[in-house]
Design a protein around this ligand. Structure first.
Ligand code: NAD
Length: 290
């Protein structure tokens, strides 16, 4: 039987801890940890996600300050907002929603986010710190994959993990996190010549390509563990992953569901990062010269 590697229990446990830490910090510094959520699009999926982040923040005792700069905001406007928030002692954490306005790339603007506040690890500095194995925030989705595997007792050390996708937000940082766990990592992408051969040889397959039905049971070795990161809108409007669950059931040892797998853990880790950023800012303020 294929085990369902759900993220709900792990997310709930993380949320209990985050809520307690947020409360303790609020008592200590006299205000709640504060997240600035910067939006510059009119994308419905993004609006849905922003709403769910606001709700999670409220439930954890985190202030969420949403700043909508409009879908036609310029790179300069975005950089200015991110710089102001980076310098603002009342802002502990910054998240920049995607998509960005047409013609603005994440690389254009993300360097303006202070690494200490970059709770979704999107800036080149954050990605570099992660690659170097230094302190910093990893992108929450990538971290969620590793935490989900550990939560379900799946060993990473020495095992072969195939990561399908090489984006700066999921595939690349995930490869770094897996290396830090002593896994052997193969990163696949749209120009990989024989994807099924690579995934079939892996102990663990992580699908993060944004392509419905990319990974099927026929592409897996016996007893493989599969983590589905994909979130795609299917023809009937429901959200489906990159993995074909029917064909994988029976072949795989475990499969994370979409929804209910990586997603809830991602949100829980983001909120944990906000509280950690606020705790660290509090410590810095305590030790700053008068
Ligand atoms: P992206 O479009 O930036 O990158 C996709 C990657 O997949 C690219 O590196 C590309 O080379 C690779 N790819 C595309 N088609 C392929 C193919 N046929 N074979 C092999 N590789 C292929 O996407 P992203 O931002 O990295 O997100 C990936 C998926 O994860 C999307 O479905 C996204 O919605 C989802 N996502 C989920 C969460 C979550 O919390 N659950 C968070 C972020 C992203």
């Amino acid at each position: 039987d294929t085990a369902s590697l759900t993220g709900k229990d792990l997310a709930a446990a993380l949320n209990v801890e985050t809520t307690a830490r947020a409360q303790a910090l609020t008592e200590q510094i006299g205000r709640a940890p504060r997240l600035a959520l910067i939006v510059a699009n009119d994308d419905p999926a993004s609006a849905w996600y922003v709403n769910s982040l606001k709700k999670s923040a409220a439930n954890r005792g985190i202030d969420c300050d949403t700043v909508d700069l409009g879908a036609d905001a310029s790179a300069d406007t975005l950089r200015t907002e991110l710089s102001v928030r980076s310098a603002d002692p009342a802002t502990d954490a910054i998240m920049l929603q995607t998509p960005l306005p047409a013609g603005v790339s994440l690389d254009d603007v993300s360097p303006a986010i202070a690494a200490t506040k970059d709770v979704d690890g999107v800036s080149p500095l954050s990605l570099g710190l992660l690659t170097a194995g230094s302190a910093g925030f990893a992108p929450a989705t990538a971290e969620a994959v590793v935490e989900l595997l550990k939560h379900h007792g799946i060993t990473l050390e020495g095992r072969h993990v195939a990561v399908v996708g090489r984006s700066n937000v999921v595939g690349k940082p995930l490869a770094q996190l897996l290396l830090a766990e002593n896994a052997t990592v193969t990163v696949c992408h749209s120009r990989t010549t024989d994807l099924p051969a690579v995934t079939a040889a892996a102990d663990i397959v992580v699908a993060a390509a944004g392509r419905i039905g990319l990974v099927t049971g026929a592409n897996l070795g016996p007893g493989a563990v599969v983590i589905d990161v994909g979130t795609n809108e299917s023809a009937d409007g429901s959200i489906v992953g990159d993995v074909d669950p029917e064909s994988v059931r029976g072949t795989a040892a475990g499969l994370s569901p979409v929804p209910g797998g990586v997603g809830p853990v991602t949100t829980a880790l983001l909120m944990r990062h906000v509280v950690i950023a606020a705790e660290q800012a509090g410590r810095t303020a305590d030790t700053a010269p008068a």
